[in-house]
Write a new protein. Structure first.
Length: 131
């Protein structure tokens, strides 16, 4: 098998890689065995649908740590909340729920500001007229 990466991975890291059977996997690290050079990955997506949702063990250098992403929109946060529920991660669920609430409050405040003070041009009108 080809070496994918030698970057250090830790429990909780999201990774992509392959199994000893060459299946492409995407998931997160559940355990790291430094002595044997292996990791256990909870598979969230795979080209072999039979192992989705299962934990597989593979060599550490066959996986690559995925970069951290920021999810600032409402829809990505909702998707992550679904994932937190799927993985039964209560603290992550609470953190994401608080972020979603904050995003909704900011959107509501921005909407209120835009409606309360409509922008006017220098003639004092709010918009274009139909001619």
């Amino acid at each position: 098998m080809d070496r994918i990466s030698n970057s250090p991975v830790e429990v909780g890291d999201w990774v992509k890689g392959k199994t000893k059977n060459g299946e492409l996997i995407y998931g997160y690290i559940e355990a790291v065995n430094s002595l044997q050079g292996t990791v256990k990955i909870k598979v969230m997506d795979c080209d072999n649908e039979q192992i989705i949702g299962k934990t597989v063990e593979t060599l550490k250098h066959w996986v690559k740590k995925l970069p951290m992403s920021t999810f600032d929109g409402e829809e990505p946060i909702k998707a992550l909340i679904d994932l937190a529920l799927l993985t039964k991660d209560e603290s992550w669920f609470m953190e994401l729920s608080a972020k979603l609430k904050s995003i909704r409050q900011v959107a509501k405040e921005n909407e209120r500001k835009n409606t309360a003070h409509p922008s006017k041009n220098r003639l004092g009108t709010c918009g274009m007229r139909d001619e």
